[in-house]
Ligand binder design. Structure first.
Ligand code: XMP
Length: 513
């Protein structure tokens, strides 16, 4: 399969670069600059290499560097932002600090039409690009020439056409760069000579064939949460191993209102699969008693999940592998890439050291969320399940700030159900990608009738996003918020205040913990 290497130098847009490439039907994988050598890159046979953005100045000793041999492998290279400065550094050009006139945001890009570069085919002479830099390449290495400029960056794009090495100071992967998609398309199809073989239909076929072969005659256990990822993983594995798949749905008592029953019903009625429901509410809540620190909560829940599965597996007897719905962003955000660890997702970071299965099968670990959904549709999963809003593995535990208690979980379930009902009922044209309630640890004074109240503050959170890596807070109409607020304070005893979260990601995350 043709592949593009996204060589990760720690920039925040690395996943976005890989997604943009995959959107153009070419498989891209993110590998940290630390964990691969030029020899290994050559051995894989990548069609092209994209060097990502990253921190600071290439002249800082602590900044990530890479062997200049990379440029001599005969593989096309595109350096983005820090990646383009790194190309200049590798080729012994000069990178300068722009000092006080660093460019940030939308900037006019002027292409040099006379350069006739394949990278710029179809891009008008003047367009908008998105910049975020202080340093810039002031002197190009031998063999390179500038092919586009901005007011403050004379080599906003440069090329050594003979070796197919390119650098762009701006970010083609963000949508603010008007012709960024065209530029990436040019790199993939005109420069790397890709043919576009990455499709979800192909992925399903390859995966089913692979697991049918690898797991023939072996029992596998699937951790089912009812969320999109584990549903798709289960149906995919069911197609591969049929009745040898046993799905285990662990109800940790931190699901949304009535969710446990809904999940059970859907899987028994819609899919003809082996399903075991484990009611482990008391055990989970017992382990969480007195714990307030978010990472500890995640780790405890992750660990308890595995222990419950191990116990199930023992009862079932001779289970070979555990299937999990881990997806690519979980892997990257848990520190497998080079971007700093933000949160340890329970199905990766919280995994205990000793797992009592011979193998862990993660059929979706190379896929982004939108790809998982497309795989789901390929597999014939009903669209209402495929388009369900995501729900984190640790459930309401990371939406209850501070200690989790059964009473708080009940309170939050009621509040959350009202908010979701109001959003769905409002039939908004652009329904937020995720919307839920958070129970804060703060109690405030209120007045109800003639009496003073002292109840919890709940926060409502709704975000719009394509990929959950960045997100904007949703502009919910005031009347919808008002209805939700009125209903929450009047229908749920113990809540005296409702606030709406107007923070985007970054700087916040979608979940509060
Ligand atoms: P954050 O809070 O990291 O969330 O901006 C991004 C998306 O991931 C979901 N999320 C999780 N999903 N296990 C999961 O399966 C987790 O531990 C977890 N933490 C966050 C979150 O709901 C949002 O959709």
């Amino acid at each position: 399969m043709e592949k593009i290497l996204v060589l990760d130098f720690g920039g925040q847009y690395n996943q976005l670069i890989a997604r943009r490439v995959r959107d153009r039907q070419v498989y891209a994988e993110i590998v940290s600059f630390r964990s691969i050598t030029p020899e290994q890159i050559a051995a894989v046979g990548y069609k092209g290499i994209i060097l990502t953005g990253g921190p600071n100045s290439v002249y800082d000793e602590s900044s990530p560097h890479f062997s200049p041999e990379l440029l001599d492998l005969g593989i096309p290279v595109l350096g983005i932002c820090y990646g383009c400065q790194l190309i200049a550094w590798m080729g012994k050009g000069t990178v300068c600090s722009a000092g006080t006139i660093s460019e940030y945001g939308k900037v006019e890009l002027v292409c040099d039409d006379s350069a006739d570069s394949p990278l710029l085919v179809g891009i008008p002479q003047r367009s908008v690009c998105w910049m975020s830099h202080t340093d810039y390449v002031s002197e190009l290495p031998v063999g390179f020439s500038a092919i586009a400029a901005t007011a403050h960056c004379p080599s906003a794009a440069f090329a050594d056409e003979a070796r197919a090495i390119y650098g762009v100071q701006f970010h083609p992967e963000v949508t603010h760069t008007e012709f960024g998609g065209q530029l990436l398309h040019n790199f993939l199809y005109r420069i790397c000579d890709c043919s576009g073989t990455w499709s979800m239909g192909g992925f399903v076929e390859r995966s089913v064939e692979r697991y049918r072969r690898e797991l023939a005659g072996k029992k596998v256990l699937c951790a089912l949460s009812g969320g999109v990822d584990s549903t798709v993983a289960a149906v995919l594995m069911h197609r591969a191993v049929g009745d040898n798949l046993i799905c285990v749905f662990i109800d940790h008592g931190l699901m949304r209102k009535d969710e446990g029953d809904i999940v059970e019903r859907v899987f028994r009625e819609r899919f003809d699969m082996n399903l075991i429901r484990v009611n482990a509410q008391e055990r989970f809540l017992g382990h969480l008693a007195g714990v307030t620190e978010p990472e500890s909560k995640r780790k405890i829940i992750g660990e308890e999940f595995i222990r419950e599965f191990e116990a199930q597996a023992k009862e079932i007897g001779r289970v070979y592998a555990l299937v999990q719905g881990t997806i690519y962003p979980d892997v990257i955000e848990s520190g497998a890439g080079d971007a700093s660890t933000i949160k340890s997702h329970h199905n990766v970071g919280g995994l205990p050291d000793v797992i009592d299965f011979e193998a862990l099968v993660e059929p979706l670990r190379d896929l982004f969320k939108d790809e998982v959904r497309r795989v789901g549709l390929e597999l014939g999963i009903p669209s209402e399940l495929v388009w369900r809003q995501p729900f984190p593995g640790p459930g309401l535990a990371i939406r209850i700030i501070g200690e989790v208690t059964p009473e708080k979980a009940d309170l939050l379930r009621d509040v959350d159900a009202i908010f979701r009902e109001e959003i769905v009922g409002a039939e908004l044209e652009d329904r937020p990608a995720q919307f839920f309630a958070v129970l804060t640890d703060t109690r405030t004074v209120g007045v109800m009738g003639d009496a003073r109240t002292y109840g919890y503050t709940v926060a409502l959170r709704a975000v719009t996003t394509d990929d959950f890596m960045t997100a904007d807070w949703a502009r919910i109409p005031y009347d919808v918020l008002e209805r939700a607020s009125n209903r929450i304070t009047s229908e749920v005893k113990g809540i005296s205040r409702v606030v709406y979260d107007i923070t985007s990601k970054p700087p916040a995350t979608v979940e509060w913990e």
